[in-house]
Design a protein around this ligand. Structure first.
Ligand code: HEM
Ligand code: HEM
Length: 545
């Protein structure tokens, strides 16, 4: 088939789909802007909510919101009792997912730090096979991706579902069983990698026999979503439900197809590898995080999204355009050039959903920026949302052939990877966990200052990480392309930047240690005890009713 024809058709189909979508929205085929109010009860618009904020901050937060929206009436017990029940229905499931996530975060961060130091100090810990770079790096990747990011994202999804659908969580046991299979698969998979059994395919290193446990676990984790949607008491599915539904539906399919044994060989295997590699980012981690941001930013400031229509436009354009971008990982590789060109075209088209996301959140936050001073959750969410826009725009530029020629095979890609999976995804998840945990254990975070310490350690850490590695990677790429310079120049030039990355990574790891200690203190009820966080009196009176 003529490649130009394939390219042009894919491009035109996406544009036509977009046109039909915009036309149907204008003709009222989708819910009008009142869809944005679904996450509030009648008296909640204008009420700030952040259980992670200490008492005085919460008062100041509400005062800042009042200045914009005028004083509003507090929600009634009739409104809040079902909310408290919804929160309680997901508490156990969420707690299990988040606890596993934090365990994996610690393991993954230390493995990342060890890998990082080895890149500028290669003899360190060289005596142990499982601590050699190829193995410990792979342990890092799998622990942070399938352990931390997946467990935390899905745990928050389980918690948001009953709130978004205004009912209790249905079928939580399926999710718990799913989590058991998922974690068992991951322990076996990381164990296999540690023992030297890796497929060698990035993001798919675990042997397919154990990967299937994650497929099964992922599918089971999707069951509560279907059951809870069926029992919902709202007419409209808020945009976060679309994102969550898409993520839990897409993951098992992507991971199953990518792990089918005996099907993918040679160049086709590489194409499949990156079809999976970028789709798991765009169709799993990104929508999980976007769902979280779309829920928590409006919820904390008590203000519905500025443009609900724009949020749906963002969702559908992402669904239309993301599917083909994976081949931008193979630019210059032995694959048909139409395939990589198509992926570059789609990478550029991603500007549409990203702009829709950015515009919507900037307009929603307009006039509310001061709330950032008082709400810990919001600080994480807003930083993450900005990082999402940055990483995506950077990715679009990075996908252009002229730029990719320099950055491919360099540390620049790793900097971009952390801008996405860390500055955007992980920071979103941190913010969500800070909001959710006081509801889950019905206690406040004992030491609010530790939240601030965590925030600054990880934000400064990731900035040092990304800036230094981007510079080092760019210099490395330029040195590799210069035929007059010996190859070793391209290695030597990166050394100071690799050391700076280790400093950034050490700050991030320290932030994670603070976070984990605080999490444990909260769970074991250590430190000052406060139970003020809104809704708890209602939850308790419901208990005694
Ligand atoms: C419009 C959006 C985006 C575009 C066009 C894009 C583009 C790219 C490009 C061109 C590469 C380098 C490929 C190579 O030379 O090997 C890359 C790598 C990567 N991107 Fe993005 N990116 C986007 C958004 C994101 C987001 C939102 C995330 C995180 C959630 C992300 C995570 C990554 C990761 C982890 C890698 C490295 C994969 C690996 O080599 O293991 N990207 N991206
Ligand atoms: C939640 C936290 C983290 C996430 C989600 C994450 C994610 C990732 C991803 C997606 C990659 C693959 C990048 C690529 O191949 O292009 C990677 C590799 C790596 N990460 Fe992380 N990371 C995290 C924390 C850390 C920390 C704290 C460090 C400490 C310095 C670190 C150091 C590394 C190193 C050294 C590599 C290997 C880079 C290479 O192959 O050259 N990461 N990480």
């Amino acid at each position: 088939m003529d490649p130009t024809f394939v390219l042009l058709s894919a491009f035109l189909i996406s544009i036509i789909a977009l046109g039909i979508f915009i036309w149907s929205m204008r003709n009222g085929a989708y819910h009008d802007s009142s869809g944005a109010n679904v996450i509030f009860t009648a008296h909640e618009v204008g009420r700030a909510e952040d259980p992670a904020a200490a008492s005085d901050s919460l008062t100041a937060l509400q005062r800042t919101v009042d200045l914009r929206q005028g004083h509003t009436t507090a929600p009634t017990d009739e409104e809040l009792v079902p909310r408290a029940e919804a929160d309680r229905s997901s508490a156990t499931v969420t707690f299990v997912f988040l606890s596993c996530a934090i365990g994996w975060l610690l393991l993954g961060s230390f493995a990342g730090l060890v890998s990082s130091v080895k890149l500028h100090d290669p003899d360190w810990l060289a005596r142990y096979e499982w601590l050699t770079f190829g193995i410990i790096r792979t342990i890092h990747l799998n622990a942070v991706i399938y352990g931390w990011s997946s467990m935390a994202g899905l745990g928050l999804a389980m918690w948001m579902l009953p709130r978004l659908l205004k009912t209790t969580l249905q079928g939580g046991r399926f999710a718990l069983l799913g989590a058991v299979l998922w974690n068992a698969g991951l322990i076996a998979g990381i164990g296999s990698v540690g023992a030297g059994f890796s497929t060698g395919l990035e993001w798919l290193e675990m042997p397919w026999q154990v990967a299937l446990l994650l497929v099964l676990g992922g599918a089971l984790i999707g069951v509560p979503l279907l059951l809870t949607v069926a029992r919902r008491t709202v007419d409209h599915l808020y945009v976060s439900v679309w994102y969550l539904g898409a993520a839990v539906f897409w993951f098992p399919i992507l991971y199953l197809v990518a792990n089918l044994p005996g099907v993918h060989f040679g160049v086709e295997q590489a194409a499949m590898n990156w079809w999976y590699g970028h789709n798991v980012l765009g169709y799993f981690f990104t929508p999980l995080s976007q769902a979280t941001i779309y829920y928590f930013i409006p919820k904390v400031i008590g203000r519905p999204l500025q443009s609900y229509t724009l949020s749906l436009l963002g969702f559908w354009t992402q669904a239309f355009f993301y599917g083909m971008v994976g081949a931008h990982h193979l630019i210059g590789g032995p694959v048909p050039s139409w395939l990589t060109t198509l992926s570059i075209v789609q990478s550029v088209m991603m500007v549409v959903p990203v702009t829709a996301f950015a515009t919507n959140h900037v307009l929603t936050m307009k006039g509310y920026w001061k709330t950032l001073v008082y709400s810990p959750t919001l600080r994480f969410m807003v930083v993450a949302a900005v990082m999402y826009v940055l990483v995506s725009l950077e990715g679009t530029v990075e996908a252009l052939r002229s730029v990719n020629t320099v950055t491919h095979f360099t540390h620049f890609t790793v900097a971009h990877a952390h801008l996405g999976m860390y500055a955007f995804v992980a920071i979103t998840l941190f913010g969500g966990i800070y909001f959710v945990m006081p509801r889950v254990v019905e206690r406040e975070w004992p030491y609010p200052r530790l939240i601030a310490a965590h925030f600054w350690l990880v934000v400064v850490g990731i900035v040092v990480y990304v800036v230094s590695l981007s510079i080092g990677g760019w210099l490395q790429g330029r040195a590799m392309l210069d035929a007059t310079r010996p190859f070793l120049d391209s290695v030597a030039v990166t050394l100071p930047w690799l050391k700076a990355r280790s400093i950034g990574g050490a700050l991030m790891t320290a932030g994670h240690a603070v976070f984990a200690v605080h999490f444990l203190a909260m769970v074991f009820d250590l430190g000052p005890r406060r139970y003020r966080a809104a809704l708890f009196h209602v939850a308790r009176s419901a208990d005694h009713a």
